[in-house]
Design a protein around this ligand. Sequence first.
Ligand SMILES: [Zn+2]
Length: 261
Amino acid sequence: MNIKDEGIVLKEMRFRETSKIVTILTKNHGKIQGMARGAYKPKSQLTVHTQPFSYNNYIFFKGRNFYYINQADIIDSFYAIRENVNRVVYGYYLLELADKSIFEGDESYKLFLLLRKGLKILSKLDKHFLKFILAYELKFISFLGYKPLLDNCIICGEKDLKGFKFNIEYGGIVCNRCSLVESNCEYMDISMYKAMKELIYTPLDRINGINISKKTMFKLHDIMVKYILHKIDRKSFNSLDVLKTLNGGGGELYGHHLGDD
Ligand SMILES: [Zn+2]
């Protein structure tokens, strides 16, 4: 049975001598494992269609273990992502987020659209990378079903908050009193709170006008990574570890680097 769908390559892995197994996030069939036979042969037609970031129209034959790629036509290679080190590293992070959070068989239509939009914006981005990543993380975790709850203390319901923390377990703010008896609470101040709220509700391609201090962004990103990892039950992201290495080995902050002004 032949299946037609479009998809974005999340990762590739060599298989035997000349073939490749590619993880693809498709528009209508969720995350799949594609088999690209002969993709490593010289002059293979499939080489460009099976590299990370590559966005294609595919025709698959659905086998028992794999979706065999019969035909592929490029829609967008997102080549410009490879022309800038920030774009590449953050781009791999977007791919890794999708790969680690979505299981085969999951409904993931909205996450596909978000990834496609994210890669499109990233391929033209020259600055403010961390703000973009923060906005992306907030939308991503919301689409996964864990939108941060920011209107009142999620434990006692108190609305008039003088101080609060962000609770990783419940995914929202808790008042100072409740934070004393709850674990998994992270420091959060009013500027982090405001930034989070603004970035959740502003479309990804309209965050230009939002001003957030670097310090606030670093602290928020730290919370977001902890929150996402907690929700998807993982320990770390390889792509962010690479970023730390680029920044001179485990520096205090992820984004402290490479012209993110
Ligand atoms: Zn409370």
